[in-house]
Design a protein around this ligand. Structure first.
Ligand code: CDP
Length: 221
């Protein structure tokens, strides 16, 4: 028996989907599942172990041997890789710039999708990522695709990084966002695209509160 709805939220980098998914989950009393954090966790471990990011076999093996956990603590979602808390580390620019390489590997995706289905199948969940509505839960009760202009998404990511103390410049961030979008959209397995039946919301010029309300409006009606 499902304990509640399955809500899928997809979209490109900086579309606000993590923040929105988290707040929507809070409002509904649902579990929030950040699937990007799982790809980031594997990438973090691969970099730490000095693996060659071109070595598909080694990376798939690593994904199979790694335990990943998402745990709620107060207002935060803590991310654990092999029981070690890496919530902050997985947001480092080095991880961000490498994650798409791992995420394009079918063997890595297969394992992540399996885990995500196990985490979400009971319902009462908001899952957020790139392929939730297309691959992980195509029969989700609600599917959303959040988007915004490249300029706005890059500005949001830039502000986030500055707030965390990273020294970055806006042009550089915009270039990286553009590259990652291209990689996420063009991979063969689980590419970023609008799922059939998804509600598309463009949040350019919207505040986070407005974006959350725009999503909740559909679910609460
Ligand atoms: O927060 P941000 O948009 O920067 O990215 P994220 O949601 O943390 O995801 C990081 C990366 O993981 C993405 O750029 C994708 O390459 C990959 N990813 C994926 O392939 N499939 C998902 N369901 C979620 C993330």
């Amino acid at each position: 028996m499902k304990k509640g709805l399955i809500i899928a939220i997809d979209g490109p980098a900086g579309s606000g989907k993590s923040t929105v998914a988290k707040l929507v989950a809070e409002r509904l009393g649902y579990l929030y599942i950040d699937t990007g954090a799982m790809y980031r966790g594997i990438t973090y471990k691969a970099l730490r172990e000095g693996l060659d990011l071109e070595d598909e076999k080694a990376l798939v093996k690593l994904a199979g041997n790694t335990s990943l956990a998402l745990k709620k603590s107060n207002d935060n979602l803590e991310v654990y890789v092999d029981d070690r808390k890496v919530t902050e580390e997985i947001r480092a620019p080095q991880v961000t710039n490498s994650v798409s390489y791992l995420a394009r590997l079918p063997g890595v995706r297969e394992r992540m999708v399996k885990l995500q289905r196990e985490m979400g199948r009971g319902g009462g969940v908001v899952l957020e990522g790139r392929d939730i509505g297309t691959v992980v839960f195509p029969t989700a009760d609600y599917k959303f695709y959040l988007d915004a202009s490249l300029e706005e998404r890059s500005r949001r990511r830039f502000r986030e990084l500055i707030a965390k103390g990273y020294k970055v410049n806006l042009k550089e961030v915009e270039k990286e966002v553009k590259i990652r979008d291209r990689e996420d959209r063009s991979r063969k397995v689980g590419p970023l695209k609008v799922a059939g039946g998804a509600i598309v919301i463009d949040s350019t010029g919207m505040s986070i509160e407005e974006e959350v309300e725009a999503v909740l409006k559909y679910i609460m009606k």
